[in-house]
Design a protein around this ligand. Structure first.
Ligand SMILES: [Zn+2]
Length: 139
């Protein structure tokens, strides 16, 4: 039963210093946030901190509408851990591809999600939202 302790992103008051090491990589192992699961999703330094639109995580019935949306609205950004491909994860599940070309990432063990996304049309990288996973404490 003994599992590594982990805490949510919001508990880090200085997340930029505590969670990021050289080259903007994640300092510690990252886990599923469901207490009964706590599966290892990615190891320390597997990801790199980037900003992408928050709306990428929206699960919508209006996929077609989203594609044709040409509004010049400034998109709200949020931070993600960028991984080079799906092989960089320890444990991750992918949804079916929706009409916008997005696959959603979920915990491979308990299906909690979406934890992030993979844009099958534009990029090979995968993105995990920094505030939807937990972080190992200590070393
Ligand atoms: Zn899980």
């Amino acid at each position: 039963m003994a599992k590594n302790a982990s805490v949510p992103y919001k508990q880090f008051v200085e997340s930029g210093n505590q969670l990021v090491v050289d080259d903007k990589r994640n300092a510690v192992n990252i886990y599923c946030s469901r207490p009964s699961c706590h599966s290892l999703i990615m190891r320390a330094k597997a990801g790199q901190l980037v900003e992408r639109p928050k709306s990428k995580l929206n699960i919508t019935d209006n996929d077609i509408l989203a594609i044709n949306d040409t509004s010049a609205e400034v998109e709200e950004m949020q931070q993600y851990w960028q991984l080079p491909n799906m092989m960089a994860f320890e444990n991750i599940g992918f949804s079916n591809t929706v009409a916008t070309g997005i696959k959603f990432l979920a915990c491979a063990d308990c299906d909690t999600g979406p934890l992030g996304y993979h844009d099958t049309i534009n990029e090979t990288e995968c993105y995990v939202a920094v505030d939807r996973v937990e972080y190992a404490t200590g070393t």
